[in-house]
Design a protein around this ligand. Structure first.
Ligand SMILES: Nc1ncnc2c1ncn2[C@@H]1O[C@H](COP(=O)(O)OP(=O)(O)OP(=O)(O)O)[C@@H](O)[C@H]1O
Length: 745
């Protein structure tokens, strides 16, 4: 150690720290600790020295790079790899993007190059480059610290006085796995820094930015290539196995980039990979070869299971990729029977797709290594379009048979169930007087019709288009639910080749995504008219009954709630003006004349409606006192006068069924009352009377006129003015009711 200190001119503290690091690595001798020590060595001191003994210790003394002391200042790959982990791993761990990862790498490299430059300008020593040896296939460490010390002594002996880069150029052999060997070697070659590069401590040895970027991108792309190669090899193995079993080309899965695959797999891990592989294998097993080949109108299920298929365990189908669970290893049942008819098989496939205790192989980013991917691939292979390779092409040829697919049935039920609970669909059908009850029955009939007679369910060319669109829609409810449950957007492709992204949130009104828009296009223009047509054929009576009910309970047009009033032409005379201007007086004068030609037993001919019982009582007394027989009808009491030709009542007691000759509605401004307003509205709209006198302030004239226009009645406005000015009494009644004097006579 002392020799090493003299050689490299290190301070005591630096040396001691390095020594601690070396001794620790010597004791542990594990990859993690060696890596830690390496990282620490790059941080120790401004001179960034690594004792020769320690470097030799890393290289195991006898490693190929141990004696190839590099004179490089360490700006090359060894320096880049000095952090001990692949940059990709670091970036993944820190969740950084490619750009951030690249920037960090550049910063590190630039900083190290500057320190090398400073060291050389001071005449100091420069550190060794850490040479990545491509041939060792792993990290070589040694617990033999004595060998390291001996190597350091040898280095000191060869270069006793001058701290040269050559003397410092011990090599640390930290080789990546065999798959990464090419990458490391290539990177080193690009930089041009290797054991034979000589003295590169001069400032101009800092690699240009372009070169560094090229090296970085090359390294990353090389790693991607390696991973993609692994994926493709897994997929190729599975395809070869399936082709050998089924004798045909297996369904092609969706092509996605390696970057996308890794990003997706990062959040799902190995379990998702195993589940996806297993699920895909099951789907592929359930998908017969005939379906893959696209049988020109022949049901894929009918053509299906050969004995070979039934004998293929799922685990075998998955080949070398995964080890299957017990459930997954069970052979498919239903020998010789159509696949879609086998409920047991369907359940088994469902159970298998859940993954069981299957374990995946390797990293989760395998070519089939995702749950969603497997699901999507399964959808592509199982789908309504006949499944498998060329499903989109062969879909149109298999329209009739596609519905017999058991998965297509489920999707159809999802779709119809979603439609049944969709308020928009309910409203659209309600416009055609199809009630919710009728709709549920109709959808069941429609489902049977689609499954049993698809040509009848979708007649004509437009029907074929609708059927195709519906098959696309069938993916939507499930994926929409997945998006909501998984709280992340889900992107998928339909059998018609279009891709949709399902949001995890309910879209805001007016900002509907492609699902909603597409649903509106297909459902409103295609499916709803077909359902209405079907309902009119099958449930004509129910539609007619609903139509009558709708006409009664529909409150959007209240005037339609009084059919007797609507049967006659009415005339509404509005008496408007300030209080005590004689409006009611004139109306009652007209009321008195009603029923002159009435015979006994014909019933009342005149009606007075007021807001108060006392007002009704007042009119009742007034009319009877003047020889006009009038009954009193209030909520509190009822006074029926024999042979009465008139009725005085509170507004709530007015009948819209009885026929009157003349009616008076007083205090019409009470229309605006929150509690009792509807009573005046009903009276105005519903009195079965050809002549209606309405009394009140002028503020209600516009509204009554609009109501008359709505009901088709005539409207006449009579405006009144006070004869005398309204003057308040100068003195109060003195709290003595005896001071009240008679008013109107
Ligand atoms: N032409 C008239 N001849 C005799 N009395 C009249 C005449 N016009 C109005 N009156 C009397 O004036 C008083 C007020 O009349 P009326 O109640 O009809 O006014 P109004 O405008 O309906 O008042 P409100 O708006 O408070 O109901 C009543 O006592 C009524 O008898």
């Amino acid at each position: 150690m002392l020799a090493a200190r003299r050689t490299y001119g290190l301070g005591r503290s630096t040396l001691s720290t390095s020594a601690v690091a070396v001794s620790r690595c010597s004791r542990l001798g594990a990859l993690a600790h060696a890596t830690t020590a390496r990282c620490r060595s790059t941080r120790i001191g401004s001179t960034r020295q690594v004792p020769a003994a320690r470097q030799q210790h890393f290289s195991g003394g006898s490693a190929p790079g141990a004696n190839s002391l590099s004179s490089s200042p360490g700006v090359g790959l060894g320096r880049q790899a000095g952090c001990g982990r692949r940059p990709t791993q670091l970036a993944r761990k820190k969740g950084k993007t490619e750009w951030v990862r690249y920037q960090n790498m550049m910063h590190q490299r630039t900083g190290l190059a500057r320190r090398d430059q400073l060291s050389s300008m001071r005449g100091g020593v420069v550190g060794p480059s850490v040479n990545n040896d491509a041939g060792s296939g792993g990290v070589e460490t040694s617990a033999d610290s004595s060998a390291a010390a001996a190597a350091a002594a040898a280095a000191e002996a060869s270069e006793p006085d001058v701290a040269t880069p050559t003397a410092a150029g011990s090599s640390v052999t930290l080789s990546p796995p065999a798959t990464m060997a090419t990458t490391s070697s290539e990177s080193t070659a690009v930089i041009g820094l290797g054991p034979d590069d000589g003295d590169l401590a001069a400032p101009d040895t800092v690699p240009p930015i372009a070169t560094t970027r090229q090296e970085t991108s090359s390294r990353i792309s090389s790693e991607d290539a390696v991973i993609t190669d692994l994926d493709s090899r897994r997929e190729a193995a599975l395809n070869a196995e399936l082709e050998r079993k089924f004798g045909t080309e297996p369904p092609q899965l969706e092509e996605i980039s390696g970057k996308t695959r890794r990003r997706r797999s990062r959040g799902r891990g190995r379990r998702g990979a195993a589940r996806a592989v297993e699920g895909t294998a099951n789907e592929l097993q359930h998908e017969p070869p005939s379906a893959v080949s696209g049988g020109g109108g022949i049901a894929p299920a009918a053509e299906s299971e050969t004995g070979e298929l039934n004998e293929v365990p799922v685990g075998e189908a998955a080949g070398p990729i995964t080890g299957m669970s017990g459930d997954g290893a069970k052979p498919a049942s239903g020998e010789g029977t159509p696949r879609s008819k086998s409920a047991d098989e369907s359940r088994r496939g469902r159970r298998n797709r859940r993954g069981g205790d299957a374990t995946g192989d390797g990293r989760g980013g395998g070519s089939l290594g995702r749950g969603g991917r497997g699901k999507q691939a399964a959808a592509a292979s199982e789908g309504w379009g006949g499944g498998g390779e060329g499903s989109e092409d062969s879909y149109s040829q298999q329209q009739g048979s596609a519905w017999k697919n058991v998965h297509a049935k489920k999707k159809l039920r999802w779709l119809l169930k979603g439609l049944a609970s969709d308020y928009g669909v309910q409203e659209m059908l309600a416009r055609h007087h199809i009630s919710k009850h009728t709709m549920s029955k109709l959808l069941r009939v429609f489902e049977d019709l689609v499954l049993d007679h698809p040509d009848t369910a979708f007649p004509g060319e437009a029907g074929q288009k609708l059927q195709e669109e519906m098959s696309s829609l069938c993916y939507h409810p499930k994926f929409q639910a997945d998006a909501v449950l998984m709280k992340r957007p889900i992107r998928t492709r339909t059998t018609s080749g279009r891709s949709f992204t399902f949001s995890s949130k309910q879209p805001k009104r007016g900002r509907e995504g492609p699902f909603v828009k597409e649903r509106n296009d297909v459902v409103e223009k295609g499916l709803i008219p077909r359902l209405v047509e079907l309902a009119q054929e099958s449930y004509a009576d129910e539609i007619e009954a609903t139509k009558r009910m709708d006409s009664i309970v529909d409150l959007r047009n209240p005037q339609q709630g009084f059919p007797l009033a609507r049967l006659r032409k009415r005339r509404i005379i509005y008496h408007g003006g300030p209080t005590n201007s004689g409006k009611t007086y004139q109306a009652i004068e007209r009321l008195k004349k009603a029923g002159a030609d009435r015979q006994p037993g014909d019933g009342p001919a005149g009606l007075f409606c007021g807001p108060l019982r006392l007002l009704a009582l007042e009119v009742y007394e007034q009319l009877n006192s003047q020889g006009v027989y009038c009954s009193l009808m209030t909520g509190q009491e009822k006074r029926e006068v024999p042979f009465a030709t008139h009725v005085s009542c509170t507004i709530e007691m007015a009948s819209t069924v009885n026929e009157y000759e003349v009616a008076v509605i007083d205090e019409i401004q009470m229309l605006a009352d929150e509690q009792r307003g509807p009573s005046w509205t009903s009276a105005v709209l519903g009195l079965n009377c050809p002549e209606i006198h309405v009394c009140g302030g002028m503020e209600g004239a516009v509204l009554v006129e609009a109501m008359a226009k709505e009901t088709g009645d005539d409207f006449e406005l009579r405006e009144y003015q006070r004869k005398t000015e309204l003057v308040c009494a100068e003195e109060s009644l003195g709290n003595n009711y005896k001071n009240i004097q008679p008013g109107e006579k």
